[in-house]
Design a protein around this ligand. Structure first.
Ligand code: C5P
Length: 238
């Protein structure tokens, strides 16, 4: 049984290892998971992953791989050894790419669980239309999740707005939900957002929170408040 702390990943979207470790140390033991994305990984490489693991944290490597099947399979093999628990690939890369990624992950020991990114939470219907997709975000998310599932990937990244439909269609999937905004926090570039409680009520397995924690005057207090909201929401739903 997962604890509430196991269901929150803090997005370390910071420019270098010094800033990242400073924040990690300020957060202390308030959290268990850190998400390392492109900004930090491209600046530090595997060093930040090792440092987080040495401190006992779980790591979610959010590289959103999207390339031809052979290249993505190679990337999955290259990062498999570094000990991240989750690794993201873009479902929009298509069935062959997703199958190659899944096959690569199953061919190496201790590979991370793959998560398929569906429609970015920063995109709305207008943004989708601008890249030639005339479905609603929800239809597009479901379509991409079906594609990823058929390729053997049973974890999806989507917004809270699609979580209930995804949970209905994929009862056992890991549903990872960014675009989380506690009441009163700045929305910034995100479009499809929800509060921590609403995302859990809709069926989220894991929440990803970045700036509402990393830019808070007291990041540990912001984390504790989010965990408290998550705890109340799950108590209500059980
Ligand atoms: O700061 P904020 O809470 O908006 O950060 C959200 C994090 O989740 C970012 O690191 C972003 O890269 C990631 N993410 C997202 N939407 C997705 C997939 C990942 O916002 N669909």
């Amino acid at each position: 049984m997962l604890t509430i702390k196991d269901r929150l990943a803090i997005a370390l979207d910071l420019p270098n290892e010094h800033e990242a470790i400073k924040l990690v140390d300020r957060l202390g033991d308030t959290c268990q998971w850190f998400k390392v994305g492109m900004e930090l990984y491209y600046a530090t490489g595997n060093s930040i992953i090792q440092q987080l693991r040495d401190r006992g944290f779980s790591v979610f490597l959010d590289l959103k791989l999207h390339d031809i099947p052979n290249t993505v399979a190679g990337a999955v093999r290259s990062v498999a050894a570094i000990g991240a628990e989750f690794l993201t690939v873009h479902a929009a890369g298509g069935p062959a790419m997703l199958e190659a990624a899944a096959e690569a992950a199953s061919s190496v020991p201790n590979a991370p669980q793959l998560l398929a990114v569906t429609v970015l939470t920063s995109m709305d219907q207008l943004e989708l239309a601008a890249i030639g997709i005339d479905h609603s975000p929800e239809n597009q998310v479901l379509r991409l999740a079906n594609t990823a599932s058929a390729a053997g990937i049973n974890g999806f990244v989507a917004s809270a707005e699609e979580a209930a439909s995804l949970r209905h269609r994929f009862p056992a999937a890991a549903l990872v939900i960014p675009g989380i905004r506690p009441a009163g926090s700045a929305i910034a570039d995100q479009k499809r957002i929800a509060s921590p409680a609403a995302a859990l009520a809709a069926g989220a397995s894991f929440l990803v929170v970045g700036r509402p924690i990393t830019q808070a005057p007291d990041p540990a207090a912001a984390t504790r408040a989010i965990l408290e909201e998550m705890r109340s929401a799950t108590a209500l739903s059980t």
